[in-house]
Design a protein around this ligand. Structure first.
Ligand SMILES: NC(=O)c1ccc[n+]([C@@H]2O[C@H](COP(=O)([O-])OP(=O)(O)OC[C@H]3O[C@@H](n4cnc5c(N)ncnc54)[C@H](O)[C@@H]3O)[C@@H](O)[C@H]2O)c1
Length: 329
């Protein structure tokens, strides 16, 4: 299948692209490279384009004639979205509208979107199913939900199909240490920050809250291996005869406390993670993990990697030569 991947040089996007190539799809990447480096894959058709530039996004789609679009391009820092909400609405919402316009003009029948569990806000009950109330708490989460709604209603009006994938916390790296998460000026993900702190390449890790009503007082999250996420995107493409449709939670379906995660990082790296205690951040959920039964039944998708494999692969990447040379921005 011909597939256009926006944000295809980013963390999740590059794993999706690699998986697509392994399964012999023809891949075009659209990325501004604002938070990533040029894709390494020679087979990929690459357009350095900002999704806010509608004319250029439409041109990339009309030239590459994709049968499906996977839309991963976007900004993902909650804190930055609070400071600069207009930028987040512009990139994540207007950018999505532009990619939808490109899909319409190029008559693309299927659209897969990188959404986020942040659309649920601070869920009262875990596991969180797709029917849980959506109560976004940050501009970032609002832009994700607004983009989802735009995708769904446009697909309904055009008679095309869509899949909104609500990731929980993407983590981990390639098994051979060749790909992983870049550390940029806006990195807020705990795994890269904890490893960099352990390697004394970043300041001590700020731990936001030790007074949560959880078993060790730290917040509980659902970490899912980026390779499992990548596989879900390829599965979400379906085949010519059957395109899946709907909104799916993607996680391991298990909660891990920050304390447990730090213990795993220290065990795997044999280093101590320096930590500074900070107060809880407004809007941070106490505990959240995914109910993935819909993805299992409809996409036939289940995770293959456990927490230990996530942490080990991330450590190989961050401690290896490429992982150390990845700071951009
Ligand atoms: N990583 C996670 O845990 C997580 C969780 C939930 C949702 N998501 C969503 O998944 C998507 C991918 O996340 P990621 O972790 O790979 O992030 P990332 O920052 O590594 O990748 C995003 C890519 O989009 C590109 N990009 C940003 N603004 C752009 C623009 N205006 N025009 C074109 N390209 C642009 C960046 O250069 C980057 O290559 C994002 O939309 C994010 O909101 C990520």
């Amino acid at each position: 299948m011909r597939v256009l991947v926006t944000g295809g040089s980013g963390y999740v996007g590059s794993f999706v692209v690699r998986r697509l190539l392994e399964e012999n799809h023809e891949v075009t990447v659209v990325d501004s490279l604002v938070n990533s480096l040029r894709p390494k894959f020679a087979e990929v058709h690459f357009y350095q384009v900002d999704v806010r530039d509608r004319v250029s996004v439409c041109a990339a789609a009309s030239q590459s004639r994709p049968e499906a679009i996977i839309h991963c391009a976007g900004l993902k820092s909650v804190a930055e979205s609070v400071e600069h909400p207009w930028v987040y609405y512009d990139v994540n919402l207007v950018g999505t509208l532009n990619v939808l316009a490109a899909a319409r003009e190029a008559e693309v029948g299927h659209f897969v979107f990188s959404s986020s569990c942040s659309v649920y806000g601070s869920p009262q009950i875990s596991p969180v199913g797709e029917n849980a109330p959506t109560l976004p708490l940050s501009p970032y989460a609002h832009t994700k939900l607004a983009a989802e709604n735009a995708i769904r209603t446009c697909a309904q009006a055009l008679g095309t199909t869509f899949v909104n994938l609500r990731y929980f916390n993407a983590a981990g790296a390639a098994e051979d240490g060749s790909y992983g998460e870049l550390v940029t000026r806006n990195t807020t993900q705990i795994l890269p920050l904890a490893f960099m702190a352990a390697l004394r390449q970043r300041p001590p890790l700020q731990l936001f809250g030790r007074d949560y009503p959880t078993y060790d007082g730290t917040a509980v999250r659902d970490y899912v291996h980026v390779e499992d996420l990548a596989r879900a995107h390829v599965t979400a493409l379906g085949s010519h005869g059957h395109r899946p449709q709907g909104t799916f939670n993607l996680g391991r379906g298990e909660g891990t406390s920050i304390g447990e995660l730090l213990a795993a990082i220290e065990r795997v790296s044999d280093l101590q993670v320096p930590v500074i205690d900070a107060s809880r951040r407004a809007g941070d959920p106490i505990e959240t993990w995914a109910d993935t039964s819909f993805a299992k039944s409809e996409l036939n998708w289940a995770t293959q990697f456990d927490l230990e494999e996530i942490v080990r692969s991330a450590w190989r990447w961050h401690s290896g030569p490429s992982g150390k040379l990845t700071a951009v921005g």
